[in-house]
Design a protein around this ligand. Structure first.
Ligand code: NAP
Length: 372
């Protein structure tokens, strides 16, 4: 029954086309039905190109369809996984024995009453949105060029790069509250942003589905050139917004951190490990000279995970079966072709064990693990 399209009714989960009644949740759009597919292979929806099948799969193009999909999962006691751009997930070889909800809400709107405020639907491609803003001379997200995935994923992990984070420009996040079935608009403060963290991936994990995000940008604002890579690129001179975007894209591409179908190194989930934040005292305890580190606050420092991995002996290009480490960036675990989630887990465990034994630091994976 591979890729067979069918819909299920709320009562008996019978096969055949069934039109869903509106769920209890009502808001301003007219869609009344969702189409549920079964046995859909998830690997093509991920940048790693790894993973088994979803038992059920819905593509939601509007808010009502999101609500209906949630209602369907609840009614049928199914686990629900919300899929965005698939750029930060590792799907199990067994797949997902529940409902995968693909967010396909599209559109960018000016925000009434807010200068240079833009409300962007969760299913918009993030980098296309960055390009759209840069073309309009709107500053605030230019350093986040080339990051794969959808807009809806950006508040979840407070996406950041080269000294910029989305929390600096997010005004509010429109969500479906899975507990109450209501649509809520969370302010920036309510999102609880910190380094690569928000309530969406910590205290309130699995409660909200992001539907749209409102950003406030700065017309004619000065682009941010703070990080060494960028400063070196421009040799200390100021640069226009479009040039900063191009520089970030070039720097990322040189590390194979821009998705490119012709670059096998980019068949990855981006950075596979978080850069650990540890007590500053660890730097002296480790006793290795010149450990790169950056102060986070008075007590803690951030150590680049890439440095820990390489120093623990995992060189760029390291292979384990059909998976390995990118030849361009030691933080990216890649599928060399035909790789499995099991192989990625084996490599993850090997790296974690070696880094732990050498430095006493526990590396935490950044992607979300689905169906394990
Ligand atoms: P990188 O530029 O080699 O930086 C490695 C680490 O050093 C990161 O933790 C970075 O902090 C830190 N760092 C470098 N220069 C710094 C400075 N001047 N001040 C404070 N901290 C500094 O990293 P990369 O792996 O090639 O990635 C490039 C950028 O993309 C980094 O900013 C990285 O964090 C970001 N990135 C973000 C995500 C995400 O949002 N999920 C995923 C992949 C990569 P920061 O992490 O604070 O930048």
């Amino acid at each position: 029954m591979d890729n067979e399209k069918r819909t299920m009714d709320h009562e008996g989960m019978k096969s055949g086309i069934v039109h869903f009644p509106l769920s209890d949740v009502h808001f301003d759009n007219s869609a009344k039905t969702i189409e549920i597919q079964s046995n859909i292979s998830l690997a093509p929806f991920t940048t790693m190109k790894i993973g088994g099948k979803a038992r059920f799969f819905v593509k939601a193009g509007n808010e009502q369809q999101v609500a209906d999909a949630v209602g369907f999962a609840k009614k049928n006691d199914l686990g629900l996984f919300v899929l965005g751009g698939g750029s930060n997930i590792l799907v199990s070889d067994k797949g997902f024995d529940g409902l995968v909800l693909q967010i396909a809400l599209k559109g960018i709107e000016d925000c009434p009453g807010q200068d240079f405020g833009l409300t962007v639907k969760a299913g918009e491609n993030w980098d296309a949105f960055v390009a759209y803003c840069v073309e309009r001379d709107l500053a605030g997200i230019e350093c986040l060029s080339g990051i794969p995935g959808f807009v809806g994923g950006t508040p979840v992990q407070n996406v950041g790069a080269y000294g910029q984070e989305v929390s600096e420009t997010i005004v509010s996040v429109r969500c479906l509250d899975r507990n109450s079935g209501e649509i809520v608009e969370l302010s920036n403060a309510e999102c609880g942003f910190s380094y690569r963290t928000s309530i969406f991936n910590s205290t309130m994990r699995d409660r909200f589905i992001v539907l749209a995000v409102t950003y406030r940008l700065k017309k004619g604002g000065v682009p941010k050139i703070v990080y060494k890579d960028l400063r070196e690129y421009f040799g200390g001179t100021a640069a226009a917004l479009a040039k900063v975007r191009k520089a970030v894209l070039n720097i990322r591409a040189a590390k194979s951190m821009v998705i490119d179908a012709n670059d096998p190194n980019s068949q990855s989930a981006g950075s596979f490990f978080k850069n650990p934040i540890v007590p500053g005292s660890i730097i002296t305890e480790i006793g290795v000279e010149n450990i790169p580190h950056f102060p986070v606050d008075e007590e803690t420092v951030k150590i680049p995970a890439a440095w820990l991995i390489e120093t623990a002996g995992f060189y760029k290009g390291y292979k384990l079966g059909n998976v390995g480490i990118s030849t361009k960036h030691s933080l990216a675990l890649i599928n060399l072709g035909g790789g499995t989630a099991e192989e990625i887990l084996a490599l993850t465990g090997r790296i974690q064990a070696e880094v732990e034994s050498k430095f006493g630091i526990s590396l935490q994976p950044e992607p979300i693990f689905v169906g394990f």
